[in-house]
Design a protein around this ligand. Structure first.
Ligand SMILES: [Fe+2]
Ligand SMILES: [Fe+2]
Length: 182
């Protein structure tokens, strides 16, 4: 098995890139210009479909196993699991707003700003906490069996943007990522 914490860390870097791209569009909105709502919707859809459905359930199992080995981490991982639920709801709120904005429905900029700012700050802090507090500990304590059990929480996982077979639907997002990477 490839180094599981390496793959885990790589996904965090992908998500951070998505959050940075979302922030850039928010900066466009802040200057009074029109952001690329379609791109923002792709970003949030990707995070809803991959992070919430694959990455977070796997982490939840890692957290559960870690807290059995380290009861002193129980509260910390309970908070992170709670954050997964909050991220999912905040993400869905933002996704709906962006969908409406993209369809030319009347959506106030303030509503989008509030939803996106909340999502960005919350998600960014969440990833940072996992990177600093949890990954190093998990790398030390968990066994192959633990990692296999975590992976099995989303067995047919397929990353539609950064995976080996990206889906056509996210081609514009991939084009942007490639352009940014230069
Ligand atoms: Fe997480
Ligand atoms: Fe994570």
């Amino acid at each position: 098995m490839a180094d599981p914490t390496r793959a885990w860390h790589d996904e965090h870097m992908y998500f951070n890139r998505m959050l940075a791209m979302l922030q850039k569009e928010m900066d466009v909105l802040a200057t009074g210009e029109s952001p690329h709502y379609g791109l923002m919707l792709d970003i949030i859809s990707y995070l809803r479909e991959y992070s919430d459905v694959v990455h977070h359930p796997r982490e939840d199992e890692v957290f559960r196993r870690l807290s059995l080995l380290r009861p002193d981490y129980k509260l910390r991982v309970a908070r992170l699991r709670q954050e997964h639920r909050v991220i999912a709801v905040a993400g869905e709120t933002l996704r709906k707003l962006l969908e409406e904005a993209g369809a030319d429905a009347m959506v106030s900029r303030a509503e989008i700003e509030i939803a996106a700012a909340t999502f960005l700050v919350y998600y960014g802090n969440h990833i940072q906490t996992e990177e600093e507090d949890i990954l190093p500990l998990a790398a030390k304590l968990l066994t192959h069996a633990d990692w296999a059990a975590a992976k099995a929480m989303a067995p047919s996982a397929h990353d539609p943007v950064f995976g080996a077979k990206p889906t056509q639907r996210f081609s514009e997002l991939r084009r942007r990522i490639a352009a940014e990477a230069g």
